[in-house]
Design a protein around this ligand. Structure first.
Ligand SMILES: NC(=O)c1ccc[n+]([C@@H]2O[C@H](COP(=O)([O-])OP(=O)(O)OC[C@H]3O[C@@H](n4cnc5c(N)ncnc54)[C@H](O)[C@@H]3O)[C@@H](O)[C@H]2O)c1
Length: 319
C-alpha cells in the first residue's frame, strides 16, 4: 500500500494538449516528470507549449517568470515509454480517446511499471473500468479526469471503478490537492462522471430552447451569463436548493420538470447543423451564432483572462 510521501516521480503517457499541460502542473509542484510521446515533433511542441503556457501564467500573476525554465527542466521527454514509466510512482495516460489504444497502453504499462505504481487515465468519456479490463493490475487503475486548459481549471474528477481500493483513491486525491488541483471523488464509473453530466444536461436544454423557438442562441447564453450563471461559482445547485428551501425546490420541480428536454438522442437541430458543416469556430465561424475572426479571438482571450483572475482569487483566499 502506497502513501502520498511514496509518490516521488510522475510519468505522463501522451504529449498532446492535455499531456504537456498536466506535465507542467506536476513539474510546477516540484515533481520530476517523464513525458512520453511516439514522435519527436510532439515532444518538441510539448516543451515549447509548456514554456509558453508557464510564461503566460507568470505574466498574469500565476507563478514566477524566473521559475519557468526550472519547471520545464523537471520534465524529461522521451520516445521510449519504458524510460518514462519504469521508475514512476504515478502514471497518467493522456493518449487519444480510443478504447483499443488506451487498453493497449495499459497492457504495456502493466509490464513496464513498478508493481506499486498507481496508473490513471485522463479519458474524457470512456469507462476507466473498460480501459482497465484487459490489464493484470485492475485494482491500481482509475480515472483522473482533468479539464482543459489543465493548467487553469482546478477540477480533477477521480473516478473509482468497482476494483479500486480506498487507499488508491486517497493517495490520488491527496496527490492532486498537493499539486494545487481541486480533486473530487466520483464513487461510480458512469458515463460523463460528475461534471460532464451536469454540463451536458444544461447544453441539452440550451439547444432545446433554441429548437423550440423560445429564444435565439445569443439570448439563451445571455440568460445564463447575466442570471444564474453569475452566482454559480459561489452558489451551485444543491447549495442553492438548501438556501431557497427543499420544499420550494420540490414544488418547482413538480410543475416544471415535465416541460424540460429529456431526449436521449442529440437534438435534430444539432444534427442538421453538423450535416451542413456549420461546426462553429472550426468551420469559419458559423455555428449556433456567426463569429468573425476577431470575435473568436476575443471569446478565447476573455475566457483565459477570466480563468486567470478566478484562479488568482482562489489562491489568495487559500493563503
Ligand atoms: N482536450 C480536452 O479538452 C480534454 C479534456 C479532458 C480530457 N481529455 C482527454 O485527454 C486525452 C488526450 O487528449 P488531448 O486533448 O491531449 O489529445 P491530443 O490529440 O492533443 O493528444 C493525444 C496524444 O495521443 C498520442 N497518440 C495518438 N495515437 C497514439 C498511439 N497509437 N500511440 C501512442 N500515442 C498516441 C498523440 O501523438 C498525441 O500526442 C484524451 O483521452 C482526451 O479525451 C481531453
Amino acid at each position: 500500500m502506497m502513501k502520498l510521501e511514496d509518490v516521488k516521480k510522475i510519468a505522463i503517457i501522451g504529449g498532446g494538449n492535455m499531456g504537456h499541460g498536466c506535465a507542467m502542473v506536476f513539474a510546477g509542484a516540484g515533481y520530476p516528470v517523464g513525458l512520453y510521446s511516439r514522435r519527436a515533433e510532439t515532444l518538441e511542441k510539448a516543451v515549447v507549449g509548456m514554456r509558453d503556457d508557464l510564461t503566460f501564467l507568470a505574466e498574469r500573476g500565476l507563478g514566477r517568470l524566473e521559475d519557468v525554465e526550472a519547471t520545464v527542466g523537471l520534465v524529461k521527454t522521451t520516445q521510449d515509454m519504458e524510460e518514462a514509466a519504469a521508475d514512476a510512482d504515478f502514471v497518467l495516460e493522456c493518449v487519444a480517446e480510443d478504447m483499443t489504444l488506451k487498453q493497449d497502453i495499459f497492457q504495456k504499462l502493466d509490464q513496464m511499471c513498478r508493481p506499486e505504481a498507481i496508473l490513471a487515465t485522463n479519458t474524457s468519456v470512456m469507462s476507466p473500468t473498460e480501459i482497465a479490463s484487459t490489464s493484470e493490475r485492475r485494482e491500481r487503475i482509475l480515472g483522473t479526469h482533468w479539464w482543459n486548459p489543465p493548467f487553469l481549471i482546478p477540477l480533477v474528477e477521480v473516478v473509482q471503478t468497482e476494483e479500486t481500493p480506498q487507499w488508491v483513491i486517497d493517495v490520488t486525491m491527496d496527490l492532486h490537492w498537493k499539486i494545487g488541483k481541486h480533486p473530487v471523488h466520483a464513487k461510480k464509473d458512469v458515463p460523463g462522471f460528475i461534471a460532464n453530466r451536469l454540463q451536458h444536461a444544461l447544453w441539452r436544454e440550451a439547444i432545446s430552447i433554441v429548437e423550440r423557438g423560445i429564444a435565439d442562441p445569443a439570448t439563451v447564453d445571455e440568460s445564463l451569463k447575466f442570471g444564474p450563471g453569475l452566482r454559480l461559482p459561489v452558489m451551485a445547485p444543491l447549495e442553492n436548493a438548501d438556501l431557497v428551501g427543499l420544499d420550494l425546490t420540490y414544488s418547482i420541480h413538480s410543475y416544471v420538470l415535465r416541460h424540460l428536454e429529456d431526449s436521449h438522442e442529440p437534438s435534430a437541430l444539432l444534427k442538421e447543423k453538423v450535416d451542413k458543416g456549420e461546426l462553429g469556430f472550426k468551420s469559419g465561424g458559423v455555428g449556433f451564432q456567426t463569429w468573425t475572426p476577431e470575435q473568436q479571438k476575443a471569446l478565447r482571450a476573455n475566457m483565459l483572462d477570466y480563468l486567470c483572475k478566478a484562479v488568482r482569487e482562489m489562491r489568495e483566499k487559500d493563503e
